[in-house]
Each structure stands twice: as structure tokens, then as C-alpha cells.
Design a protein around this ligand. Structure first.
Ligand SMILES: NC(=O)c1ccc[n+]([C@@H]2O[C@H](COP(=O)([O-])OP(=O)(O)OC[C@H]3O[C@@H](n4cnc5c(N)ncnc54)[C@H](O)[C@@H]3O)[C@@H](O)[C@H]2O)c1
Length: 315
């Protein structure tokens, strides 16, 4: 496969993994990121990288002649979105509109939008199919704004567009530096350092966790299979685990004897997420990495890359 692909948010967790996937399959990749959350060390050296904001008109020439745009750049931290709602809307809604307009003017072949299961916050049907959404929080509403413009560009201009609605993605390069880091990397990081993991609330919230390689396998399907055109897909596993169960699984692998510290619940989070992945399976895709394997790979990455780097910078 030799395609010219643009990935926005390339210095972030999913974008950096996606870039490696595309490069390994022979694609050329142009990467866009303002490094507000992502880091340069995440960006593969084979990428043509541009440090630029998605709201900047300077992105227009970068999309010229490309076969596909994966639009992943976003203010993705829920607590940041709550603290700075206008900025969340500017980046996640207006920023997406700017990338869409750039893709339209460039006549880009395909547009893929990274949407979120937070769109289902007010929907209580499990497993949840793609049909109905009810975003409530600032993050969800701002991401929904982006998705709404995607739908309008599809209708107005016949843009070849697919919306992928990720559930909880985990794996290597997950951002562990945040104030409240994603649960998998937070547990593993703390427990490997001999610190007790922190659980917000009772630990009984349940999440559909999907390993990042499975997400990127689905991205390849979306790129190659025309049956994905014009549609929305859940990208989850159809299985969920409570936060307490995730702690148990990590503890079984690490055997630290460290017990969790329970802190007050975080506002604006769904109690349960569980994807109905019938639509994705219909494209002959299915998640392959089970949670034990995914956690093992995440532990190995954190041991080799993160803790090693921290130790080296300490000396
Ligand atoms: N990780 C998940 O579990 C998950 C779940 C659902 C949806 N998503 C969506 O997937 C996408 C990728 O998520 P992630 O976990 O990799 O997030 P991330 O925060 O690791 O990556 C986002 C990247 O976007 C960049 N960025 C932010 N604002 C920008 C701007 N104005 N201009 C240019 N770059 C900017 C950041 O620097 C960062 O590198 C996001 O759109 C997110 O909303 C992620």
C-alpha cells in the first residue's frame, strides 16, 4: 500500500501508534500536532512532522493531494475540558471544522474522524449500538460538535467520511503525565514504582477497554474497505471490566501486594460503557488482543521506555 496520509494529533497516544502502523505498511505520513499534550519523542522519525495548530490556516497546504486524513488532534483530557470549556469547543469543534475545510479544498480522498463513546453518556442501553447518542459533558459536547460538522460536510459536499467512535483505548504511549492519567497507565506506573494505585469513586464503574493495535487494525479496514464510507462505527470489544477488576488484573501480573487508595469520584463520567460492535464485525474486523495480553504489553512498554527514561533523567 502506498498512500499519502495526514494524521492530526500524531504526537499523542493513538496518533503516534497509528503513524507506525501506516508507515510499516508502506504509506507516507504527514503529521500535524501543536504538542500541547503530545510529545516529540512519540513521533516516528519517518514522519514528515509539522508543529502547527489545527486551527491555523497554515495546515491547508499540508493536505494537498493526500489520499486520506485521520483527524485525531483534540483536547482529550476531560478535566482540562471542564476547566477550559471555551478552549475545548475551539479545538474540538472549530479545529475539526478547519481540518474538514482544508480536506474539502484539497479534495482529500477520505476523512476519518476520531469520535468518542462519551457521545453515549446519556444513553443507558448496553451494549450500545451506534444509532442514538446523548453527549452531556463538555468533552463529549465539543467532540460532538466536530462530529456534527463531519456529517454536514458529508451531506453538503459528498465528502468520503467515516466516524470511528473509540471506547477506552489503552496501550503503549498512553499519556501517563496527566493530573488524572488514564487508568491502565496510571495503575501500572504507580505500582511499578512501589506506589499504591488511586481509584476515584468505588471502582465499580465499568469500561470497555480496547488495545490500541486493534483500533489501528480497524483504521486500516476503514482506509481500504469502501463499505465503511459514510458510516459511524463503534470501536470497542463488547466486553467491559470494572476499575476494581482492572486493578486485580494488574496486581495478578505484577504481584506487588499494594492496595488501592480510594478518592472522591470524578464528575461527569459515565457509570458503564459497553460497545455493540456488530457494525465493525460486519467489515470482517474483530479485536484480537485480550486484556491480559494488552496489559502485559503495556507493562513491558512502561518498564522499558518510561521507567528507564525516568531513571536515566534522575542521574
Ligand atoms: N484514548 C482514548 O481512549 C480515546 C477514546 C475516545 C476518543 N478518543 C479520541 O481519539 C483522539 C486521540 O486521542 P488520544 O488518546 O491519542 O489523545 P492525546 O491527548 O494523547 O492526543 C491528542 C493529540 O492532539 C494534539 N493537539 C491537541 N490540541 C491540538 C491543536 N489545537 N492543534 C494540533 N494538535 C493538537 C495533542 O498535542 C496530542 O498530541 C482524540 O480525538 C480523542 O478525543 C480517544
Amino acid at each position: 500500500m502506498h498512500n499519502q496520509i495526514v494524521v492530526t494529533g500524531i504526537a499523542g497516544f493513538v496518533g503516534s501508534n497509528l503513524a507506525k502502523h501506516l508507515l510499516d505498511r508502506g504509506c507516507s505520513v504527514v503529521g500535524i500536532d501543536n504538542l500541547s499534550a503530545g510529545t516529540l519523542e512519540n513521533v516516528d522519525p519517518r514522519v514528515e512532522f509539522h508543529k502547527i495548530d489545527i486551527r491555523d490556516p497554515g495546515i491547508y497546504p499540508l493536505l494537498r493531494g493526500v489520499d486520506a486524513v485521520f483527524h485525531l488532534a483534540a483536547m482529550s483530557c476531560l478535566t482540562d475540558c471542564l476547566a477550559r470549556p471555551l478552549e475545548a469547543a475551539e479545538v474540538n469543534t472549530l479545529g475539526t471544522l478547519n481540518v474538514l475545510e482544508a480536506a474539502r479544498q484539497a479534495n482529500a480522498g477520505k476523512f476519518v474522524y476520531a469520535d468518542t463513546s462519551a457521545e453515549y453518556e446519556g444513553i443507558y442501553k448496553f451494549p450500545t449500538p451506534e444509532g442514538k447518542i446523548r453527549p452531556i459533558g463538555v468533552y463529549a459536547a465539543s467532540k460532538h460538535g466536530g462530529a456534527a460538522f463531519c456529517e454536514s460536510y458529508r451531506e453538503l459536499y459528498g465528502m468520503n467520511l467515516t466516524i470511528v467512535r473509540y471506547f477506552n483505548v489503552y496501550g503503549p504511549a498512553q499519556d501517563w503525565r496527566r493530573v488524572v492519567p488514564p487508568v491502565m497507565s496510571a495503575f501500572i506506573n504507580r505500582m511499578l514504582r512501589g506506589e499504591r494505585p488511586i481509584i476515584y469513586g468505588t471502582g465499580e464503574k465499568r469500561r470497555d477497554f480496547i488495545y490500541v493495535d486493534d483500533v489501528n487494525d480497524f483504521h486500516m479496514v476503514v482506509l481500504e474497505d469502501p463499505r465503511s464510507n459514510g458510516r459511524v462505527f463503534n470501536v470497542g470489544t463488547g466486553v467491559n471490566y470494572s476499575i476494581n477488576e482492572v486493578y486485580q488484573l494488574v496486581e495478578e501480573l505484577l504481584q506487588t501486594g499494594l492496595k488501592p487508595i480510594y478518592k472522591p469520584d470524578l464528575p461527569g463520567e459515565a457509570q458503564v460503557t459497553l460497545a455493540d460492535i456488530t457494525a465493525g464485525r460486519g467489515l470482517d474486523w474483530q479485536p484480537k488482543v485480550d486484556i491480559h495480553e494488552g496489559l502485559q504489553r503495556s507493562i513491558q512498554y512502561i518498564q522499558e521506555r518510561v521507567l528507564q527514561a525516568v531513571t536515566n533523567s534522575d542521574v
